[in-house]
Design a protein around this ligand. Sequence first.
Ligand SMILES: [Zn+2]
Ligand SMILES: [Zn+2]
Length: 389
Amino acid sequence: MTPKELSEDDKKIFHAIDKNDVILLRAALVDKRNVNILNENLITPLQHASYRGNKEMVQILLDQGADPNLCEHAYGYTALHFAGLSGNVDVCNLLLLAGAKSSAVNTLGRTAAQMAAFVGNHNCVTTINNYVQKKDVEYYTVVQGQQTKPYLQPFLSESFHKFIMTINVHPVRIALNLQSIVGLIEHLDEIRNVLELMCRKEMKGKEMNEVMSLKFHYLGYIVEAISKIRKNKKDDDDKKSDVFELFTRKLLKPNKDGNLDFMDNFLKECIREFPFRECTLFKQMVASLTGNDPPSALSVITAAINGQRGFMDHISVCNTCGEEKPGKKCSKCKVVQYCDRNCQRLHWFVHKKACTRLSQSSSDQSEPQETKVDPSDLNAEIENLLVSN
Ligand SMILES: [Zn+2]
Ligand SMILES: [Zn+2]
């Protein structure tokens, strides 16, 4: 197919993307203009904006009806291939949500995730590989056979979909997601059940996916643990948030040697309960946990789900939930980093002693004092202890 001669108006669309100018692009797209067009290189505006890694432009073009799978490019690069090359995770997500097929290959036989890996855009690889099609979730919201109600109530579909696509698999982050995504906390047993079904479904049929099967098992295991804490607390008058606080405190509490024994054992038990013990992934995890100087169970699970990263050790993470490149740090010691005040609050019971020590080792004046914190004053106390990086 050869491109039709572009009109002056169509040229303006490509020109705006070339200039990375959102305002120009909006101006070029008046009158519901058709954006499924090709330039002289057989590239659509969406492919072009994806290559630029411009999230806003990609959203504008998708809103205007751009087809994420339209591809006439000589080397078969789809918009998702270009997004993977750009390194912009948000652009990958927008395209996937719009229905971009992650299985499409270019003329080298490579998928978008493989091309992203090739240029070292690891976050794009995990975003694409962790993506679950909405229809795979919606399947559980429909009444099947003899059922009187579906496994998952339809209104939970979107929240659940968001929950299972988390890339950060730190158990505290998963708990925080359960707490913050609308509607999930009231339906833990339903969610647990659907995750179990999805875990088994990934191991059926021709296209077995051990990684996603493990991920669904893992998420289900954490949901179950939180659900148990919640049931035991039901008769108390405490707030809902206390369930998550109890859970995260258990996980983050170090032993005498400063190791996170509880978290490690909790996660090892999760691996042990994975129902598909014959699969390669399970055997690999067991091998690394039983070898000499074994890594933590969390790093084994992270590597199993998100792949080996390599050369990424220098990246800073939140001390509470493991989120990469957190935006804040403790203003007193200026050493430990957090996503936000909530992450700092959850970690304060561990950090408060170290914080005093760390901040005094820098000023080195007064006698070390242990700060006594009344939990009800906690928010006030840390109110001024968080600054942006
Ligand atoms: Zn955090
Ligand atoms: Zn501190």
